[in-house]
Design a protein around this ligand. Structure first.
Ligand code: DC
Length: 230
């Protein structure tokens, strides 16, 4: 069966990665969470004190880019690929609210985007891939056969994210999470390079009131229809 490229973009905490992972698994495709790559670069910057209260050392981070090695390694137990930064599994560390607070400014840096987009395009050379992020359908794979743009109300997204962080044992308030979601929406949509926008040929999916199974079935249906046509 001919393989296709599936690009899933959308606002933060729309549940893109959850449905993308399930879709990839059911199709036997590779799944790539590009947000994890921006988060890993951010973790590197925070650990080295380039960013933080009153600090914004973009230049040193750019100089460090050739030394930042990013790799996805498949975990047989969870059956999903996990993010490694210079050989260390950072899957947990990249999901904290601190990383979320600094990731949008890091993702605004053009040099960071150039490096990561190049890596992502290489990963998708063979097709048979589901990639989620903010610029996948517009910049990384403008020729993807299937493009999805996921949206949900701000309150639905903040509530999901808040529950996720509480489940992981983080001490956060709903207000902090809501503010983070709103700030990231603003920066992601208004940045100079590759801002978040719906590709003209993307299918929009508002999942404010939709469970995982329903989202999965919709997306799976689109894929089957596309593959049947080929
Ligand atoms: O999907 P996420 O919330 O883990 O993404 C983290 C941040 O990374 C998000 O605020 C914007 C940025 N990002 C991006 O600019 N481009 C992508 N393709 C993926 C993520």
């Amino acid at each position: 069966m001919r393989k296709i490229t599936i690009a899933i973009d959308g606002y933060s905490s729309t549940g893109k990665s959850t449905v993308a992972k399930h879709l990839a698994k059911s199709l036997g495709y590779v799944y790539v969470d590009t947000g994890a790559m921006y988060r890993a670069v951010t973790l590197h910057a925070l650990r080295n004190d380039y960013f933080g209260e009153g600090k914004n050392d973009v230049k040193t981070l750019i100089n460090d880019l050739p030394k930042i090695d990013l790799e996805f390694i498949f975990n047989k137990e969870s059956e999903f690929s996990e993010m490694y930064l210079n050989g260390e599994n950072v899957e947990k560390e990249i999901r904290t609210l601190e990383v979320s607070d600094y990731v949008s400014p890091v993702a605004e840096i053009q040099e960071v985007r150039i490096k990561l987009v190049e890596m992502q395009q290489k990963m998708g050379e063979e097709k048979g891939i589901v990639m989620d992020g903010r610029d996948i359908g517009t910049v990384v794979f403008p020729d993807a056969e299937l493009k999805i743009f996921m949206t949900a109300s701000v309150s639905a997204r903040a509530t999901r994210r808040y529950k996720e962080l509480l489940d992981r044992g983080e001490e956060v308030s709903y207000e902090e999470v809501l503010e983070n979601v709103q700030t990231r929406d603003f920066i992601d949509s208004n940045r100079e390079f590759s801002p978040l926008r719906k590709a003209d040929d993307a299918i929009e999916l508002d999942n404010s009131d939709m469970g995982l199974q329903e989202q999965f079935e919709r997306l799976h249906g689109y894929v089957l229809r596309l593959i049947d046509k080929q």
